[in-house]
Ligand binder design. Structure first.
Ligand code: HEM
Ligand code: HEM
Length: 174
């Protein structure tokens, strides 16, 4: 077994795209629109729907990961680094679920499901800044961003320094 299962490969790249878009849009667009701007509802709706699709695909990914065969552990040339690599992958899963969880908690506390999806007409709170899960949502976003950067650097280290063709393990082929 030289590669991950094609279903896991597809989910890895589809989710990479969706998570990067959610991170970018969340910090650069959504959180910059004041809550009294009428466009905020649409931005929140798009963000929340994206978040739910990410959650569904992440659950599917977790299942696929557990029922399909995986290639042997990649060797970074050092036992400690190998362990760190395994932990980093678990941490990525954890951070993404924590993003979704803190997003949902923020939405529930501020009554967003009714305001955004049932057009209840109730005004949005002035902002979400005092809501504890919203604070976590922002902090976890930064940690996730840093972990993704580290993950990319690690895969480039494997590919170009150790020259072990790691990228092909997360791509399609025989
Ligand atoms: C949102 C961004 C990303 C996340 C959350 C993420 C997460 C993960 C996770 C959790 C794994 C372990 C396999 C699994 O359980 O699914 C993995 C494997 C992998 N990822 Fe990513 N990834 C991201 C983006 C990228 C990017 C941009 C690259 C390439 C530069 C990349 C390259 C790889 C490679 C080569 C593997 C296989 C590693 C191995 O064989 O041990 N990933 N990724
Ligand atoms: C992996 C999925 C998600 C990612 C990557 C993500 C990303 C982000 C980011 C980067 C921000 C801005 C943080 C900041 O600059 O402090 C944000 C804000 C927010 N997100 Fe998410 N989010 C996700 C899922 C969700 C979900 C599922 C919900 C609700 C159901 C949600 C609700 C919110 C809300 C209410 C805000 C605050 C907007 C504001 O301050 O005006 N998010 N999100």
């Amino acid at each position: 077994m030289k590669r991950y299962h094609p279903a896991l490969v597809s989910l890895h790249w589809l989710l990479t795209f969706m998570i990067v878009v959610a991170l970018f849009m969340g910090s650069n667009i959504l959180s910059q629109i004041p809550n009294d701007n009428p466009e905020k509802l649409l931005a929140l709706k798009a963000h929340m729907i994206t978040g739910f699709i990410i959650l569904t695909l992440m659950i599917a990914r977790l299942i696929v990961r557990n029922v399909t065969e995986k290639p042997p552990l990649a060797d970074a040339g050092n036992a400690l680094l190998n362990k760190a690599g395994v932990m980093a992958h678990y941490l990525l899963y954890l951070l993404i679920f924590a993003m979704v969880g803190s997003g949902i908690a923020t939405a529930l506390i501020s009554g967003l499901p009714d305001i955004v999806f049932n057009s209840s007409g109730v005004a949005l709170p002035e902002d979400f800044n005092d809501i504890l899960p919203r604070i976590f949502h922002g902090v976890i976003a930064k940690i996730l961003f840093a972990m993704i950067a580290l993950h990319i650097l690690a895969s480039l280290y494997h590919q170009f320094v150790r020259k072990d063709h790691l990228l092909s393990r997360m791509w399609f082929g025989k």
